[in-house]
Structures are given as C-alpha cells and as structure tokens.
Write a protein that binds this ligand. Structure first.
Ligand code: ZN
Length: 320
C-alpha cells in the first residue's frame, strides 16, 4: 500500500482557458483546458496512477485490484466511488445550471445526484459568480424568465475573492463566472441541467442543449443556503480550516509553513490536491514523493501517518 499520485483526465469545454497548463504545469495538448479531473473514477474521465507498481492503471482499475479496503470503512455506505475532484479554469462564463439530488438522479439518469463545493483558488479583479436567487420565485415565473431571457434579473450574483468557499447543495442554481479558477469537490456524477447558455454555440456551431423541464423539476426557487465560516486551527508549522462537511465529503484547506503531520486511518482515504508551492510527502513505509502546485495524491485508507514537508497550500478531502 502506498500513496498514489494521479494524472488527471482533461476536458476542453468551450469556456475553458490555458491556466491549467500555463500556471499549473498540466501536460495537455488541448487548446483550451476547461477542467482537469484530479480524483476521478467516473466513466467520462478517469484519473490514472502515475507511480509505483500500479502505474498506468486507472483509479477505478486500481481500486478494483486492491479491493475497496483502500477507500476505508466510511465508504461502505456508497455503492460507487463517492466523489470527483476537479480543477476548473473558467476563462468565460459557464452556463447557468443546476444538478439533481440523489433521488431524482438515480430515478431519471441512473447515476448519483450532485452536491458540490467550490474553493476559489484564484480569480480576476471584479470576478463574480451566480449562486441561487435573490428572492423566492414561483415555478411559473422561473419558466417564463427562462423563455423570455430575463432569468439573470432575479439570480444572485456574488463577487468573489481568493479563498472563498461555496457549498452548492443539489438543486441550487449556479454558474461559475469568467476569470475564476476553482477547485471543485463534488459527488461522483456528471449530470448537469443547463438552463441558460448566454446564447452561445458549441464546437459544432449549434447552441448547446438546454434541459429546461428537468431543471424546473429540481431547482430550489429561492436564495441559496449560507454557511458560517469555520475557525482556522493553528498547529505547529501549519494551519487548517474546515471548508465543507456533508454526507459525501469533508474538505479542509491546509496552509503549511514548514511541515504538517497527517494521517489516513482505516475509516477513509485522503486526497491531497496541492494548490500553491511545493512539498515532499514523506512516510515510514514509502519513498519520498515530491509534490508541486496542481498535483493530486490518493492516500489509501489505513496507510497511517505521513508528513507534508515544505511551504505550500492544499485542499484535503476525506469521507467522514
Ligand atoms: Zn455545478
């Protein structure tokens, strides 16, 4: 058992930029890189093991080979791998969209619903995103405003800065705005209902498909729930802060000055996604592993204690 460094799958959606290559050193030939799927067992884009005896296997193949023990006992309540972690570079606005909850998604789409969380890694001055409605509206008004292109008059636009966190419960209307780079931790799902796409056309010259009826079915027609910010916890040489905790994932930010001692116990694997700086992952049982900005590591459940040495910031995800 050893920490698995992952190579992402890439997506070249039309609103993507070049920062994942230019600033995060991602090795990808796409002209635009919209997303890198940094921890993924999803059929639409698997992460691939980069190091050690399992190199070349997809994350899904690795888990199948090693057994579900590497996920930890807390994952026993999920039939499939529970989460998907991405970096998203929005050079342009993403469509206004919504995701269904588990009940609806499993009934209608045959996969999980999607609750997700955004951590703003970086953004342009004045960048904003769309998060729920300003006030409650009716289903009829929602549908009418979609039809006559006035939806953006009633949606809630939020200015953002580096380090901001948004928890997007399934059913919450949302759109990432242009000039924002995000780390997204979400349920393992690729079901999105697109409501408004700024009149854009896809690579084939046609407008991308909208999913109005399904969106009207699942959208919560009011302001998004807000959550209190957790306190920063200072450890010796590093700080951590809880960003989000729900049934599907628990996410902390790590701000490491010199080194941080962490661990992956029997209950859950740990994913570390480095967002700035560099460090060495070191442990008693495996060779030192160098990590830099943009690197993603899956530490198997039961691996035990490990240390991140160096000056860096990261997000750490586990299943609680
Ligand atoms: Zn989304």
């Amino acid at each position: 058992m050893y920490p698995i460094k992952l190579k992402p799958a890439f997506k070249d959606y039309l609103w993507g930029g070049t920062r994942l290559r230019d600033d995060f050193g991602k090795d990808c030939d796409f002209e635009k890189i919209a997303e890198s799927w940094e921890l993924s067992c999803h059929k639409d884009g698997n992460s691939v093991v980069e190091n050690g005896e399992f190199a070349g296997l997809t994350l899904a193949e690795y888990i199948e080979k090693q057994g579900r023990g590497v996920l930890g006992s807390n994952c026993g309540r999920f039939e499939n791998f529970p989460i998907l972690i991405k970096l998203i570079d929005a050079k342009d606005n993403l469509s206004v969209q919504v995701h269904p909850d588990n009940e609806y998604a499993q009934r209608v789409e045959g996969e999980y619903g999607k609750t997700e969380m955004w951590y703003i890694v970086d953004c342009d001055e004045g960048a904003s995103l769309l998060y729920g409605f300003k006030e409650n509206i009716t289903k009829e008004e929602f549908r009418k405003r979609i039809e006559n292109n006035t939806l953006l008059e009633v949606t809630n636009s939020v200015p953002v800065k580096k380090g901001d966190v948004f928890f997007i419960e399934a059913g919450t209307l949302h759109a990432i705005g242009k000039g924002i780079l995000i780390a997204e931790i979400q349920q393992n799902s690729n079901t999105t209902y697109r409501i408004y796409d700024y009149g854009r056309v896809g690579a084939d010259g046609k407008p991308r498909q909208l999913h109005i009826d399904k969106a009207v079915d699942v959208t919560k027609l009011g302001p998004a729930k807000t959550y209190p910010e957790a306190p920063v916890i200072c450890e010796d040489g590093w700080k951590k802060k809880l960003l989000a905790s729900c049934e599907y994932f628990t996410v902390h930010s790590l701000d490491i000055e010199s080194s941080a001692r962490l661990s992956a116990d029997e209950k859950s694997f740990v994913n570390i996604l480095v967002l700035d700086g560099e460090c060495v992952l070191s442990s008693d049982s495996y060779e030192d592993m160098k990590l830099k900005k943009g690197d993603s590591v899956f530490v198997p459940a039961g691996f035990g204690s490990f240390e991140l040495k160096g000056k860096c910031s990261a997000v750490m995800t586990s299943i609680d």
